[in-house]
Design a protein around this ligand. Structure first.
Ligand SMILES: [Zn+2]
Ligand SMILES: [Zn+2]
Length: 267
């Protein structure tokens, strides 16, 4: 095995994924509880104490809910941008009411590549209503994994970063009709649909049709809304957009789940 990828949890109740090589194991976001993260890692046969580091996309609670406890327990480096860290620390208070602190925070900046063990990590800015939100690509052993959830649209810079990926993990948040007719207050609907909200099934399909190079072995649909989407609507939109580029070796579509870890992709 060269590189393995699994989404442990995906959706508005918590996001967490793991990317690893034989030597390095990186957790992407910590949006479910420490206990649940450890349970799901064990379900996949992964030893939580073998994690090398955690990288964080942004400070929304569905991406950091378990972070403080996981950091304390695992004592591994936590990679966050400065503004994301400050926003997180402001919202988290310790038992004395003081802003929370991470023992081992490693700062990074969008657009600047850094190394965790044998994995090259490239963070890039995404359009989302958080302090300093990023997506990532991870490169190791000639394999490139792209990761972009929580984005209102797909700007040219994001398209460039996501080119030539072998695994592409992308947001397919909502069906526009379901969101419009659904139970959310209008202000929330507007936020989700805005340029700094979340990517709809149709917006992702547009990306696949017009801007995607078609080269990934696997395409993972992530961050699906439980209220405003159905897995089969997301899958249908993506598969139609990928069209004949879906073959035995390319563009196999997988849905990430909120409730259970995904069978790992190994490349
Ligand atoms: Zn978010
Ligand atoms: Zn989110």
């Amino acid at each position: 095995m060269a590189v393995s990828v699994s989404v442990l949890a995906s959706g508005s109740r918590g996001n967490c994924a793991v990317v690893h090589t034989a030597r390095t194991k990186v957790l992407v976001d910590a949006g479910v509880s420490c206990r649940e993260t450890i349970k799901r890692l064990r379900t996949l046969g992964e030893d939580p104490s073998s994690l090398t580091a955690i990288v964080i996309t942004h400070e929304h609670s569905d991406h950091v809910y378990g972070l403080a406890t996981l950091a304390k327990r695992l004592r591994i480096p936590i990679f966050m941008t400065g503004p994301t860290y400050q926003a997180w620390a402001r919202s988290m208070r310790d038992e004395n009411g003081m802003p929370a602190a991470l023992e081992r925070r490693e700062p990074f900046q969008a657009g600047r590549c850094f190394q965790i063990g044998d994995i090259a990590v490239m963070p890039f800015t995404i359009p989302h209503d958080a302090a300093d939100p990023v997506g990532f690509t991870f490169k190791a052993e000639g394999v490139k994994v792209g990761f972009a959830t929580d984005l209102g649209y797909v700007p040219a810079s994001v398209r460039d970063h996501l080119s030539r990926c072998d695994v592409l993990i992308m947001e397919s948040n909502h069906d526009l009709e379901m969101l419009r007719g659904g139970p959310y207050p209008w202000s929330v609907k507007q936020r989700v649909m805005s340029r700094v909200g979340h990517l709809s099934n149709d917006a992702l399909a547009d990306f696949f049709r017009n801007d995607y190079d078609g080269g990934a072995a696997y395409v993972v649909l992530a961050h699906l809304s439980e209220q405003n989407n159905h897995p089969e609507l997301a899958r249908g939109a993506a598969e139609a957009a990928l069209g004949p580029r879906r073959t035995l070796l390319h563009n196999r579509v997988i849905l990430a789940s909120q409730v259970e870890p995904m069978e790992p992709i190994r490349l």
